[in-house]
Design a protein around this ligand. Structure first.
Ligand code: GLU
Length: 278
């Protein structure tokens, strides 16, 4: 199987981490980057793809705009998410409108998928949005999610969305080029791994203990859990660097960038089993 096959993917979920959306110095939105993101995704729509964005950044942006360095309580964090989420969506709406695209906001928590009835409704809403030609932008419903019902990080959430809507590709854009044999920030001998055919325990062990940036929550371990879900659900996953969002069309054109995790669809795959383990 070659990267050329990525070209044929039809339903694509793209996850963007908080650190890839904000200026590291201030935590405020990096507008030129977001503009490129909107352009790239709009072009995927023009190519006839169905695209979902899973965007983090609500808490980071809310925090920065209120001048809060570190949230001291859960309620402060949730209030920051409430403020940041509308800011984010306002910007997405503006930039996507410039390319003639309509965006739609979907906020989910774990219950949305564990409850049979709400799972069905969520799936129907996504499908209807695709029919309408809108671009769903998903985040966790951070303002009301509590410990019990939270996904905790958008890596897993994006894979859950892939399984829910039967997407065929998940792209995780983050501050790292892909999977390495060790953390390249601390080990200069870490080896880059361009392809993972089967995600076994050996890879999971390798990613253990890897942490996220100051702005997001996911490290490599959560990305591999996302890979397990996506692959089991029958989708390919690519982890790639979000430094330059032009990478989106390069990936879809089949360029060998980032790490690709091959799909290993399992007959008995049940999303619910994974959610219970989370
Ligand atoms: N849902 C969180 C936010 O929008 C981010 C979670 C994550 O970093 O994965 O701020």
């Amino acid at each position: 199987m070659t990267r050329e096959e990525v070209k044929d993917k039809k339903r694509i979920v793209i996850k963007i981490g908080s650190s890839s959306l904000v200026h590291p110095e201030t935590g405020l939105l990096n507008l030129p980057k977001l503009e490129i993101l909107a352009r790239e995704v709009s072009d995927l729509r023009n190519r006839g793809k169905e695209v979902v964005i899973v965007s983090s950044g609500a808490i980071a942006v809310g925090r920065a705009s209120m001048g809060i360095k570190v949230c001291r309580s859960l309620k402060e964090k949730q209030a920051c998410a409430a403020i940041g989420q509308v800011m984010l969506m306002g910007i997405y709406q503006k930039f996507f409108a410039e390319y003639g695209q309509t965006v739609a906001q979907i906020l989910m928590d774990k219950k949305t998928v564990t409850d049979t009835e709400s799972r069905r409704h969520a799936r129907n809403t996504f499908n209807e949005l695709f029919e309408l030609g809108a671009v769903p932008i998903v985040n966790e419903n951070d303002t009301v999610a509590t410990y019990d019902i939270e996904f905790g990080d958008n890596d897993r959430l994006s894979a859950v969305v892939v399984a829910l809507i039967k997407a065929d590709l998940l792209i995780l854009l983050s501050d790292i080029d892909g999977l390495y044999s060790d953390d390249p920030r601390s080990n200069p001998n870490a080896r880059f791994i361009p392809e993972v055919k089967e995600l076994d325990g050996h890879f999971m062990e390798m990613a253990k203990g890897s942490t996220g940036s100051d702005f997001g929550t996911g490290g490599m371990a959560t990305k591999l859990i996302a890979g397990e879900i996506a692959s089991g659900a029958g989708a390919e996953m690519i982890i790639a660097n979000a430094d330059d969002f032009h990478i989106i069309h390069r990936l879809i054109d089949g360029e060998e960038l980032g790490t690709i995790f091959r799909a290993n669809p399992r007959e008995e795959f049940a999303l619910i089993d994974y959610l219970e383990k989370m």
